[in-house]
Design a protein around this ligand. Structure first.
Ligand SMILES: NC(=O)c1ccc[n+]([C@@H]2O[C@H](COP(=O)([O-])OP(=O)(O)OC[C@H]3O[C@@H](n4cnc5c(N)ncnc54)[C@H](O)[C@@H]3O)[C@@H](O)[C@H]2O)c1
Ligand SMILES: [Zn+2]
Length: 341
């Protein structure tokens, strides 16, 4: 079990992107972000891009630590929520980078949820044809899923995440203590991605979730730190084998076919992403194709499954991780047309 203060660190190597991402999970680590960044970057200047609400809480600690490590820091706040991924905000970021004199060897740090990571990561991917960036994810969804894997994007009027790039961060610093201020609804939505990772690619994680359902659902920092580390490591194993979503990585889209449809039907102003994915997973799991997947004993969804807005307690019976049958895979939405995040 987790003991407070324990730090976990590992590296993701991607061949095609020819990059290494150093992932560090450290309770309280925000205050030592400068040391982490300095190990990974010789930059002189750092643009710290933060969701305005998150930056109000966490940017001062981050900036103090980065300054102590010798970086010249420029704080750039972006709006809260999905609208920050509009092209106009990307253009504003480029202008601020230019005004700050951010050079090719300098660094972008993104602090916030998946929105900030996607926007600032894409800004880093495109500034001077690509500068290094570090993610400091502060939502559970970002800490367990979106912060690794290298996908960055903005939204266009024609659709979500339409303009983007694979540009893995050089580092990701996860401080689970930042989750203390995250609203419960956001935390539960993030748990859906943990359940998804367990169901799709890591049966041991799923079994652990079943055992620890109480402490995970209650949001205990220790339990969440374990859930984060296990989810990220499971995703890292997959991403290293399939950077571009053409093979095993598509398994991580489990529940996303219907999930994305539910989000789109409400113009992304209805259920949160994780809530929609939870409904998508339950629906996919109920399909007869999944019930017939070979060689797996059915098991109930864990009690810790996130409480999707329209959901009763799960009563569906599903199969454990790694459904092998092609039909089941299609039914689960794990084919590429399942639509990755
Ligand atoms: N790149 C990827 O691989 C990938 C994967 C999944 C999702 N995404 C993207 O991620 C985005 C969704 O991310 P999200 O769910 O993190 O949403 P988000 O970034 O909008 O954050 C959700 C809300 O939580 C607030 N918040 C964040 N951290 C907080 C904290 N510690 N305390 C208090 N409030 C806090 C934010 O201000 C915001 O209002 C979508 O745009 C989606 O497309 C990307
Ligand atoms: Zn997702």
């Amino acid at each position: 079990m987790y003991s407070p203060g324990v730090t976990d660190e590992f590296t993701i190597r991607t061949r095609r992107a020819a990059r290494e991402s150093r992932i560090r999970i450290e309770p309280g680590g925000l205050a030592r972000a400068g040391e982490f960044a300095r190990r990974l970057s010789g930059a002189r200047r750092v643009a710290v891009v933060g969701d305005a609400a998150v930056a109000r809480r966490y940017a001062p600690t981050l900036l103090r630590s980065l300054s102590r490590a010798g970086f010249e820091c420029e704080r750039i706040d972006v709006p809260q929520g999905e609208r920050a991924k509009q092209p106009a905000h990307l253009v504003r970021l480029w202008s601020r980078f230019a005004a700050a004199g951010l050079g090719r060897a300098d660094l972008v740090v993104a602090v916030g949820g998946g929105v900030t990571g996607d926007l600032a990561g894409f800004a880093a991917a495109t500034w001077m044809r690509g500068v290094d960036w570090i993610g400091v994810p502060t939502t559970l969804l970002a800490q367990v899923d979106s912060s690794i894997g290298g996908k960055t994007a903005i939204d266009l009027p024609a659709g979500k995440n339409l303009a983007g790039a694979y540009h893995p961060p050089v580092g990701v610093l996860v401080d689970p203590e930042t989750l203390r201020t995250l609203p419960d609804r956001q935390r539960r939505a993030g748990l859906a991605e943990v359940v998804k990772t367990g169901m799709a690619v890591d049966a041991a994680l799923f079994a652990w979730l079943e055992r620890e359902a109480g402490s995970v659902a209650a949001g205990e920092t220790g339990a969440l730190a374990v859930a984060i580390a296990r989810s990220l490591k499971a995703k890292a194993r997959i991403v290293q084998r399939d950077e571009r979503d053409s093979g095993p990585r598509t398994a991580l889209n489990f529940g996303h076919t219907l999930g994305h449809a539910l989000e789109a039907a409400r113009s992304y102003r209805g259920p949160l992403h994780g809530e929609a994915v939870a409904v998508g997973m339950r629906t996919a799991a109920a399909l007869p194709e999944c019930a017939r997947a070979p060689g797996r004993a059915p098991r109930p969804l864990p009690a810790a499954a996130p409480h999707a807005p329209h959901a009763r307690r799960p009563t569906l019976r599903v199969h454990g991780a790694r459904q092998e049958s092609g039909r089941a895979r299609r039914a689960l939405g794990v084919d590429p047309s399942g639509g990755p995040c």
